[in-house]
Design a protein around this ligand. Sequence first.
Ligand SMILES: Nc1nc2c(ncn2[C@@H]2O[C@H](COP(=O)(O)OP(=O)(O)OP(=O)(O)O)[C@@H](O)[C@H]2O)c(=O)[nH]1
Length: 426
Amino acid sequence: MTGSSTIKSSVFEISLYFDTIEHNDKENPSYLSRLIEKHNALFYQNPYNEQLGNLGILMDIIRKTSSTTEAALLKPHVFRGLLLFAMSAFAAIWSIDYTSGIIALFDAASYPICIAGFATIYLLSRTKKASEQSLHLTTYLIVAGYLTSSSIWHHMAENGLFSNSAQWLGLNYVIAYLFLEVRKAVIVTIASFIVTLIGHYLALIQHYPLDDTVGVVLNIGIAHTVYIVLLWTVVQMRVEHTKTHERLSTLEQHAMIDQLTNVLNRRGIEDVFKHAEENWINHKQPYAILLIDIDHFKQVNDQYGHLVGDKVLADFAALLNKLTVASNSVGRWGGEEFIILVKSRSNEECFSLAEKVRQTVERSTLGGLKELSISIGVGYANEEKSLFETFQQADSYLYAAKKTGRNKVIDRNQIIKKRQESATEV
Ligand SMILES: Nc1nc2c(ncn2[C@@H]2O[C@H](COP(=O)(O)OP(=O)(O)OP(=O)(O)O)[C@@H](O)[C@H]2O)c(=O)[nH]1
């Protein structure tokens, strides 16, 4: 392998490494929700954030996400693939050296030891008997230990100055960045660089003049510095790329969350609506829309101020979250109007949930205030109705609830019942 082709393949391998990191991050959705939760908590403590607008919060997220991507590990199956690859490479070189009769004593002993080491690590990785990090570090130590000691041994005079083993030393840096977290990789890279220079100097100085020794060591030092600088540049580029990617998806998620109440905002609800309608059309999975409005909310603001009003909204949203299961979606449609989208439940179950919410609010203290009430209109999407019609139905029943005294739940059945009662009275 020549110096430049080794560098090229190193760069390529480092790229693969960071692709793996990005892939891992995508599979970690809880990170975003935790982040959003944390930021909403911050928002809560500082109501003036509202005046600053979303920009301040989003900038805060960007700042706080900027240190999250540097440590990442190879996926276990990729790691095991690389171990198999290393075993094959060592076995191939061993058999070539052996059959050509040029195998050195050092290598004749080291090749089987390294292969046995890789095989043991492979088995430990499969059986999950050791942590991935310790296996990565051990693999690095085997490879770096072999390459460095082999090169130093070959540079001892009696073994021949022109051994090609020094060419492989660049792999020490590649493997460090491939197997270890960035911070650890930096430390072992520096350690490996120093050991390589001192080891080769000590090996050569025993049999060669100072000038020649310094010349060879400087040559190795310059070549290795090129390796390290190039690798570091690629690592920085990929870390930046990963951070940007993370920031974008954080902002995308954030754009769906209402800052004050920590539930879906209108855009988030519309997204949920779209999926619910698709599932209804394609799989006949029914859903219901519970449109909820806090009664006389203007009086809360007028009497206690907007900050108390805000706290009522946030407490109410938290209560809705508590009363609903994960498959339901809770959102703030706007102002003091909220929505629960219930999936795959009978009309009776949806109505019971709405009643439960109404009764719980009656008994609860929200934003320090008692005796609040809500009105709910319920629309069911199970009679070949479109999303628009279902929403309109919920809206008109909410209007009916408001007009007929508030603090009640109205759905189609209630209207039919009312009509039947009036007909009987007549
Ligand atoms: N504190 C606070 N108030 C809000 C927010 N969004 C809307 N509001 C207020 O919510 C109130 C809604 O008032 P109305 O639409 O008249 O409704 P209401 O007083 O609840 O009366 P009914 O719905 O008929 O029972 C208005 O005073 C708005 O200013 C908010 O984010 N925070």
